[in-house]
Design a protein around this ligand. Structure first.
Ligand SMILES: [Zn+2]
Length: 283
């Protein structure tokens, strides 16, 4: 299986962001990236049925869509990927592998499992990008270790992804409180710094504040990122096994069809022409 992915790593990386591009073009896309699980009571949210049909019966599909459907959508994506493997459909394997990777990564981010997703209720605006972009940009290459072991077969993908989402939900409180405490310590003048970015000077979380935040979280960001990589690899592997372990040798030098190329261009065009995400904003 890895023999198929390795030569196409550039494709997978490039198209892992397609689901976020689609948030500018398609209204249904937004809710697939998060779940405001705190809307359903208290951790570990026993009132919220983990099965889609049961959850719809209790809360209605409208409510579920309003608060986000990430853990359910990942299971839909797993089915699509499994189907693509079964059909040995190169384009669909690549597309669904890249995209399920995106949704899985999102669901490992604590603030994708909290209605206060950008600190907007607690005067902590910007914390979303701080956790998932600023900290990794500054520290990942030098300090984070992303080597993970072998992918494993996941017997119950639903239970598995819910467990990860609950970890995120639990961690989100620490993320918000760590930022709040450090803000008190640093004050705004040391919390932010002006730094050049793409040739423009922008206000950024300062390097000192960023490092203090990472330290206060005691390796959480690296752990969540490592867990996320392991989950993606294991979901890919599980899809392949559930498809009957098809022989993929004939696919290694396949290319996308014209229609698939067209789909990608369409998405890029829409993304470029619309200035704003539909629904929830994330910056
Ligand atoms: Zn996303």
């Amino acid at each position: 299986m890895m023999a198929l992915y390795k030569p196409h790593m550039a494709f997978l990386t490039e198209h892992a962001v397609d689901p976020d591009k689609r948030r500018y073009a398609v209204a249904e896309e937004g809710p697939r990236h998060y779940i405001d699980i705190d809307r359903y009571g208290e951790y570990p949210y026993p009132l919220l049925p983990r099965k889609w049909e049961d959850a719809v019966a209790r809360y209605s599909a409208d409510t579920l869509l309003q608060y986000g459907i990430a853990p359910w959508h990942i299971q839909v994506m797993l089915k699509r990927l499994t189907h693509a493997f079964r059909e040995k459909d190169f384009g669909r394997i690549m597309k669904n592998s890249a995209e399920i990777g995106h949704y899985i990564a999102d669901s490992h981010v604590p603030l994708h499992a909290n209605s206060n997703h950008n600190g907007q209720y607690t005067n902590q605006k910007g914390i979303h990008g701080f956790w998932e972009s600023r900290v990794p940009e500054l520290l990942a290459e030098k300090y984070f270790d992303f080597f993970i072991g072998k992918a494993v077969y996941i017997k119950d993908p639903g239970a598995y992804i819910w467990a990860r989402v609950l970890e995120s939900a639990k961690a989100s409180d620490s993320v918000l409180s760590a930022e709040r405490e450090l803000t008190g310590l640093f004050g705004d003048d040391r919390k932010y710094a002006f730094e050049p970015r793409n040739n423009v000077v922008v206000r950024q979380y300062s390097a000192a504040f960023t490092m203090a935040f990472n330290e206060k979280l005691d390796g959480m960001i690296e752990r969540r990122m490592r867990q996320s990589i392991a989950t993606v690899a294991s979901f890919w592997y599980t899809a392949w096994v559930n498809a009957g372990q098809p022989d993929l040798k004939g696919l290694t030098d396949k290319r996308l069809t014209e229609t698939e190329q067209q789909e990608i261009e369409d998405l890029n065009r829409k993304w470029n022409s619309v200035g704003k995400m539909i629904g929830r904003q994330e910056e």
